[in-house]
Design a protein around this ligand. Structure first.
Ligand SMILES: [Zn+2]
Ligand SMILES: [Zn+2]
Length: 346
């Protein structure tokens, strides 16, 4: 067990769109747990939702958010094998029950009683963070801790692309160009697919283009016409709905080829209107894709370490632990922002 003399801090969410930097007593790792010295933690749309008051019934205030992180192991609890102090890691922030029908069927990532670490339990926006050892993934030396904070959202994209059964040469459309949409496009491209990304926010269209993605604004471009042109009238092999908008749900059925696939990635606040006739007419398939499994984290780490993704360009800015609120406000304004990272090392 390590002894720390320096005072450690956490960014506490106090409700009412307020963050406070305060001292935080480190939690000694119990059996089966490890304590991690957090290096970087990314802020994401989920954190912004929490900040805006969503899922309030799941939080115990003051709450420490954060689930997209990198760090090094500081201490190891009893019975933990294969990990030791100093190991560079990231965390797959899912804590399944192990006992429900989903877990028993091998789909513990969508456990019926799933605890999401960083929402249902304290997150990574703190100096020392204690988590179950089963959540750990090892980081290769080739990957910097700064870039490794992007592994969690890349793993989301790897899961989505895997669920979409994207293959080299496939024509792929991604509807929605936020951080996840952009990562889905980049991962699909890395798999050899030909990707068009549709996004209504012009800032995001420009950002995506700067990352090497063929991005269009469907307010200005006839998207079904464009995809028809690109595929000699066949249609897209796979369409990802990542916008969570009514317009996106309406558009998604207009684009796939006969027996093409639609992947529902976004969270819809309201059940959207969907044209089921198109499913019948073209024998379309629809699949959901939620969070990630172990293999998606490993795929994300491999892909990131291989240098095939423009990771530095995805990082808009890095703020200190005391400026999480400013980081969230930056995302809220919706300008030229992709990823805001928080430096948690003290
Ligand atoms: Zn996230
Ligand atoms: Zn379960």
């Amino acid at each position: 067990m390590e002894t720390t003399t320096a005072v450690l801090h956490a960014a506490f969410f106090e409700g009412n769109q307020t963050m406070r930097l305060g001292p935080c007593a480190p939690v000694e790792p119990a059996a089966g747990q490890v304590q991690i010295r957090v290096s970087y933690c990314g802020l994401c749309g989920t954190d912004l939702h929490l900040f805006h008051g969503a899922m309030a019934h799941r939080l115990r205030l003051p709450h420490v958010m954060g689930h997209e992180m990198s760090g090094t192991i500081a201490a190891v609890g009893a019975g933990v094998e294969g990990w030791r102090e100093g190991d560079r890691v990231t965390v797959r922030p899912l804590d399944p029950c192990g006992n429900c029908p989903a877990c028993r069927a091998g789909h513990s990532h969508i456990c019926h009683n799933l605890k999401f670490i960083g929402i249902d339990t304290p997150g990574a926006l703190q100096g020392l963070w204690t988590v179950p050892a089963h959540t750990l993934h090892r980081l290769p030396d080739a990957l910097s801790l700064r870039q490794a904070a992007l592994i969690e959202p890349i793993a989301v994209a790897c899961h989505d692309v895997r669920m979409g059964e994207v293959e080299a040469g496939h024509a792929v459309v991604v509807i929605g160009g936020g951080p996840i949409g952009v990562l889905v496009a980049l991962v699909a491209q890395a798999r050899g697919a030909r990707v068009v990304l549709a996004e209504v926010n012009q800032f995001r269209v420009e950002l995506a283009r700067g990352l090497g993605i063929d991005a269009v604004n469907p307010m200005e471009t006839d998207l079904p016409g464009l995809i028809g042109e690109r595929t000699a009238g066949t249609g897209a092999d796979v369409v990802f709905e990542v916008s969570g908008s009514a317009a996106g749900a309406e558009m998604m059925t207009k684009l796939p080829r006969t027996r093409g696939r639609i992947v529902a990635v976004a969270i819809f606040a309201e059940p959207p209107k969907v044209d089921l006739f198109r499913f019948f007419w073209r024998e379309l398939k629809l699949t959901g894709a939620r969070v990630y499994e172990e293999q998606d984290f490993e795929a994300a780490i491999r892909l990131a370490a291989a240098g095939g993704l423009p990771l530095e360009k995805l990082i808009t800015t890095v703020v200190p632990l005391g400026k999480v609120e400013e980081g969230l406000r930056l995302m809220e304004r919706g300008g030229e922002v992709m990823k805001v990272l928080v430096s948690c090392a003290e």
